[in-house]
Design a protein around this ligand. Sequence first.
Ligand SMILES: *Cc1c(COP(=O)(O)O)cnc(C)c1O
Length: 386
Amino acid sequence: MLPHQGESLTQLVREEVLKLQPYKPGKPSEEVKRELGVEDVLKLASNENPIGPSPKALEAIQAALKEVHIYPDGGCHSLKHALASHLKIGEENLILGNGSDEIIKIIAETFLNQGEEVICGDPTFSQYAWAARIMGARCVAVPMKNFHYDLEAISLKIRPRTKLIFLGNPNNPTGTMITRQEVDNLLKNIPPHVIVVFDEAYSEYVTSPDFPDTLAYVRSGAQVITLRTFSKIYGLAGLRIGYAVAPPEMVDYMNRARNPFNANSLAQAAALASLADHEHVKKSQKLVAEGIKYLYREFKRMGLSWVPTQANFVLLHVGVDSHELFRKMLQEGVIVRPCGIFGLRDYIRVTVGTWAQNSRMVRTLENCLASFSRGDKLHMEQAAAK
Ligand SMILES: *Cc1c(COP(=O)(O)O)cnc(C)c1O
């Protein structure tokens, strides 16, 4: 019997878990269809690829289906082989995961002791703080400066207890980038007890020539981990597969903390086939680059400001309560990400979609913004001025 007499379940749960809140994902389209009876739901809230996975990936999944009674290759040999040649690194530098989310957790489980510290930006991807907290470590969130990482402030937060620094590059939800020069400077001042993790989930979308080659640091044996994923440009978010590139010794320790069959067989097959489809990647990059241009033009026409992005999403200043705007847009079947959870109450984050999707989102946004009263906007301005 559970709980025992006189004992509440609360007393049985680990203290670290008691303090956690469950993750709130972008609203799934199916839920909106059910709740609103809207058939044509457009989700631009989770930075997925609007053209979906590569057709080659779909073929590979089809072929792998009849083998699903067999355990996957726990060492992901074929995929590692292909990734190693794709990235020009060794197979011993690679570890695959059930999405890069899982790798973030494996990093925390491998390196973090209770009472140690993790540094990350604010606002940023919530998984870094979550992974720290579940291990009983503390997350030190360093505010962004004009939506960019303040690497000087981050360096100043390094203490003997600091173990990990997580840097989203480009960062989610800001879409901004840390340059090669900035990374060079940062790494010069990192003491040997600190590991720097670059989360490059959106790196394939970056167009800036100043984007750092963090794999070069890994190759040189620096205490650096680079995270990549098949969820974004490769369009395999539903299958859950991502990876880390790290010095072999780090990979060995991370493998001890990993579940033996953490990357499933369909995901491995799809990822392998996706890597070979350069056309699909190019097509996705082109679509996003053109979509961004279109969105900037429309936002400008509407008198809105935004944070210039290096990813496939844009952080947009809407000047009204973003949760209220989210609800209004939802009524029209368009799902965006309100940014109150990131501490940005009058911002939304929108994923770049296809031409038709972008124009529908813009139309809906414009109509919904028009339905706010002047008072709503004034209220936000006063709140921002405080
Ligand atoms: C989407 C995203 C990921 C990818 O997560 P997966 O678990 O690989 O799907 C990782 N980091 C950031 C910052 C992201 O936005």
